[in-house]
Design a protein around this ligand. Sequence first.
Ligand code: AMP
Ligand code: GLY
Length: 435
Amino acid sequence: MNILLLGGGGREHAFAWKIVNSQNCSQLFVAPGNAGTAAIAKNIPISPIDFPALAEFILNNNIEMLVVGPEEPLVKGIVDFFQNHPKLGSLPVIGPSEIGARLEGSKDFSKIFMQRHGIPTAAYETFTKEEIEKGLDYLKKQSLPIVLKADGLAAGKGVLICHSHEEAELNLKEMLLESKFGQASSKVVVEQFLDGIELSIFVATDGKSYKILPEAKDYKRIGEKDTGLNTGGMGAVSPVPFADEEFLAKVEDLIVKPTIKGLEEEGIFYTGFLFIGLMNIAGEPYVIEYNVRMGDPETEAVLPRIKSDFVNLLYAVGTRNLSDYHMEIHEFTSTTVVMVAGGYPGAYEKGHEIIGLDKANKGNKSIIFHAGTQLSDSGKVLTNGGRVMAVTGIGPNLDLALQNAYQTVSEICWEDLYFRKDIGQDILNLKIKSN
Ligand code: AMP
Ligand code: GLY
């Protein structure tokens, strides 16, 4: 099968690596890709949101499946575009329709969806500019901390956790009246704070049936011991020791099943991945948010654990035959350490040469995924983003997986390199589930 994959981060390098390792892939193209995908597939310089240019490429290159990595093309309706295309209506596209993508694209939409289907989540109210007075009154009655969320996509920055009523009032005013997050904060969800341990669940669905992928824990803050600014993710671990069988069974019954059933009942077309951000509060799961794609860097930890054929999984999703697919998972632990450019998530430099890639990663204990990288004209690999590399270590337990990841990390360098040295440390001494 010829496949086109959209995106250019670590998540997409991990997708590309799984896809080219399947015997069911003839040729893989990645738009736009990065230096890592260039080494295993063919990068093409088309933007993932230039739908007409993608359609032309698909027609000219006999592409038989389109896999969408990031949320932006989904929220902009790429699935609907191809469904309505005169020649490409039956192309399997991995991702939800525009309305399905609203589960991520609008916090208000996702909260109403959860409410309609009795899915456990934080109590909330939504306010628009016209309702600012009502919103300020509502804030007064809430206990601290108070969570404010811009309704729309805000590049991961739209959630504010306010520790005083004054801070909450100021932020609500800035979001609604001064467009703090642009159009994304024209509506604001005010939410109860959930106090627990966070983890991420990933579901592949064809809109009727589903398969649950390995769970992961993400490390979001830039600083060690979870301090400093939020980032796209500085590391990940899979499996998650505190997600035992009992907890995962609750997640499936109380969250996954009603979500998939809700999508089907409402006629929302969804053939893709659903990433459920969860809080474990005293053993009970609550949804923090839905994302309509895989997580990054969680994907780099989760995909190596999938043992069954990945292209078959994607195709079963895209052709709505997922109930026939048998998912097999490797027992090992994988852990991802993200290497970033100094200054990230604030301003950072690009264009530094990355040294050591050719010598690193000998053996099968770690995998190097590129995120923000680019090949120079002379064939050097240069930094080209905030998150630059995601190194996944594999081992029979978390300790060994971490050792393998950090060993490879220590063999790669560039000017201004930074990474967290404490990925997995908080859960290292927790009992690993069932073994
Ligand atoms: P989101 O953009 O919805 O993923 O939120 C970013 C982060 O904010 C989440 O990963 C959580 O760590 C935190 N967060 C969001 N909503 C809540 C909540 N209701 N209670 C506690 N933490 C939250
Ligand atoms: N790692 C969190 C995300 O992909 O949104």
